[in-house]
Design a protein around this ligand. Structure first.
Ligand code: GLA
Ligand code: ZN
Length: 681
């Protein structure tokens, strides 16, 4: 089994097949001069490796790998199944996905295959096996990336429909096929509504659009599609493990992308990698990159890699903002601070051909090693200095946020609230992510590290658990959360918590259902607020400030809970906006409204932390992010300036700042986009 290792891996995504052969030697020299020690390759090179069915050509890749090896550079190879060769589509047209309209997609873009096509699965296994056999003993090969950015497409062909019906039969049918009835499925999906009762498995249709179909059917369709991707990956992982036991296997995830259950996709891998592109819009605090990093670390509860990282202005048809001086470096350090042990820039050169001509790499179209290259080289040199302190360190924290794909999907299917009643679009996913963001950002501003965890995780190691918008709540989860509070945990819940059961039926109970005792409240009514509506909210009982409720309001009645904020409307004067309940030896908080102002969440986090008896090692000034990696008796503090002004702050005195190698004096100034790495112990 592959073991996590040091040195830190740092390098680029490299496509020798996009470049003339006379550049390969110079490429490797320049990478070596930059201090790079790894490249990822080949994830779109299927046709280069199997030009026609069953005829393999790995000579070019052997050649390139050898040149890289001569310069001390290791490689990760991608299984190339995200792009099918033209011959696959021509010989086996059923490998192309079918859209909901019934039309097959045309060949020529990426991610266009059907995941139940037997031909595609077989061809995928064959190229994976051929690569594994050929490269098993290539000395500088260290690992594999499965496919590229799993996530689609959703296919509506007859095979997918038949497999879906079969998948449902395993889930809801009885053990004996002979007397397998649909009673359980009909019950779980509530098919009494609109006369949807099924008599045979073959009657079950695919939901083309989530706004009109039965939410329970939609949820299982989403689960099924997630599982198809996981199964496809597992087939490849199986082959790679058997043939290349010394290599790691990873995949490049996409941060807050949520069409797949990433916990499931991560299970078969050694570690998670992800693709981080936080530069493009106007400069601001890179909150989402931090949130995504914590989600990515949470998938396996361990450090991760960046498989693709912003190296220049991003764009396909049009491009966005260029990373400013020191920003490539800042982006890398932010991820290192959250647990990234590998850091690979996308991409080496900027391609002169194809759809991504405007997705800028470290080199421009001119192939010259200019500013962005030099900045990456500086980072690589600095990483070498940091390695000893960072070995075997990760994030350890008392605070977790539950991040749940099933709830995300339930919101995708029924957003619950939003600006216009009849426009579902992608808003439901945003409702969920915005709820996560409100707490994660407040915790970041407070200088706290956060673990993002699955509902199934052990909660007992955390003093505080936030469970925003936990829409889908099987009874055993509600019991687990209540027990957590009773035993001394602090739980923070908010709107739409515990509304649905595991198959997306509404719990027939007064909200918050089985959490009522732990939270000390009841919610008999609730409402969505149109975009031109808001309610005043005022703090009470020591919780200060005046705020604005938007989007959503529970009408919360306290039964034993203390009211910390009140809704200020004539018809809601008896209802609470925020409550805190003593239950057992813990506290259950409930925020019944979405609040516009960050200050509300800052105050809430402060109250929670006070009751939990926790405080950050350092409270960062506005615009600065603090994160701590610890382990092996060491504690390493990262400070990252997200602003374009220098920021001066107080830091512990007499410690070593590892990048400059100088002792700290008690105050420290971070330049614009500046970073500091301080060895606390
Ligand atoms: C993704 C893909 C890359 C490339 C970049 C830029 O992250 O994995 O292959 O397409 O986006 O578009
Ligand atoms: Zn299909």
């Amino acid at each position: 089994m592959y073991m996590a290792q040091h040195p830190l891996r740092i390098g680029v995504d490299y496509y020798p097949e996009h470049r003339s052969h006379d550049l390969w030697e110079r490429d490797a020299q320049l990478m070596q001069q930059a201090g790079f020690n790894v490249v990822r390759m080949a994830e779109f090179a299927w046709v280069n490796m199997e030009p026609e069915e069953g005829r393999y050509d790995f000579a070019w890749l052997d050649d390139s790998l050898q040149i890289l090896a001569n310069h001390g550079i290791s490689a990760i190879l991608g299984t190339p199944t995200a792009v099918m060769p033209a011959w696959v589509a021509r010989k086996y047209p059923e490998t192309l996905a079918t859209m909901s309209t019934g039309h097959r997609v045309r060949w020529g873009v990426r991610k266009n295959n059907c995941f139940t096509s037997g031909a595609y699965r077989l061809l995928s296994e064959r190229i994976t096996r051929a690569m594994a056999d050929h490269f098993a003993s290539t000395p500088n090969l260290i690992g594999w990336q499965t496919d590229n950015e799993f996530g689609g497409p959703v296919c509506f062909c007859d095979t997918c429909r038949a497999e879906f019906q079969d998948w449902l039969r395993t889930r809801y049918g009885s053990a004996s096929l002979a007397d397998s009835t649909l009673d359980q499925l009909n019950g779980a999906w509530g098919t009494f509504f609109w006369g949807q009762r099924y008599n045979t498995w073959g009657e079950i249709q695919l939901p083309e659009d989530f706004s009109g179909h039965n939410p329970s059917l939609c949820l299982d369709w989403q689960r099924f599609n997630s599982w198809l991707n996981v199964r496809f990956q597992a087939d490849q992982v199986h082959i790679l493990r058997a043939t290349c036991p010394g290599h790691f296997v990873t995949h490049n995830f996409m941060g807050l992308f949520s069409e797949l259950n990433y916990y499931d996709l991560a299970r078969d891998l050694d570690f998670v990698s992800w693709d981080n592109y936080p530069v493009g819009d106007a400069p601001s605090f890179k909150y989402d990159a931090a949130t995504a990093a914590d989600v990515m670390r949470g998938l396996k509860g361990k450090n991760f890699w960046i498989m693709e990282q912003t190296a220049g202005a991003p764009g396909w048809g049009q491009f966005g903002r260029n990373p400013r001086p020191d920003e490539i470096r800042q982006v890398a350090y932010q991820q290192l601070a959250h647990g990234a042990d590998g850091q690979i820039w996308f991409r080496w050169d900027t391609c002169t051909a194809g759809r991504e001509q405007y997705w800028h790499g470290l080199l421009g179209h001119d192939n010259k090693p200019l500013r962005r290259y030099h900045e990456a080289a500086q980072v690589a040199a600095e990483y070498r200095k940091l390695e000893p302190a960072l070995a075997n360190t990760t994030i350890k924290t008392d605070v977790a946020i539950i991040y749940d794909y099933e709830s995300i999907w339930a919101f995708k299917i029924q957003p619950a609230y939003g600006s216009s009643l009849w426009d579902p679009s992608a808003r439901g996913v945003n409702n969920y992510h915005n709820a996560i963001r409100r707490y994660h950002r407040a915790l970041l501003r407070a200088g706290m590290n956060v673990d993002m965890i699955a509902p199934s995780n052990d909660l007992s190691k955390y003093k505080v658990v936030f469970a925003p918008h936990l829409y889908l709540m099987p009874d055993d989860l509600a019991v687990k959360l209540s027990e957590y509070v009773r035993n001394g945990g602090i739980l923070v819940c908010d709107g739409r918590t515990g509304v649905k059961d595991a198959t997306s039926l509404m719990h027939p109970r007064t909200l918050p259902g089985l959490l009522s005792d732990a939270l000390g409240i009841s919610i008999e009514e609730y409402e969505g607020l149109a975009s031109d509506m808001s309610y005043g909210v005022t703090g009470t009982n020591g919780f200060t400030g005046a705020y604005t409720a938007i989007q959503y309001a529970d009408w919360v009645t306290a039964h034993g809970a203390e009211v910390l904020a009140q809704i200020e409307e004539w018809h809601l004067e008896n209802f609470a906006a925020l409550t805190r309940n003593r239950y057992g030896s813990g506290y259950g908080y409930y925020a019944g409204v979405n609040v516009k102002e960050d200050a509300f969440y800052d105050a809430l986090v402060k109250d929670v932390m006070r009751n939990a008896g926790i405080s950050p090692v350092i409270a960062p000034p506005p615009g600065v992010e603090a994160s701590i990696r610890e382990g092996a008796g060491r504690q390493v503090l990262f400070l990252i300036n997200h602003t374009e002004q220098p920021v001066t702050m107080r830091v512990p005195e007499g410690k070593s700042e590892l990048i400059t190698g100088t002792p700290t004096t008690g105050t420290l100034t971070l330049d614009r986009y500046g970073v500091a790495v301080i060895l606390l112990k």
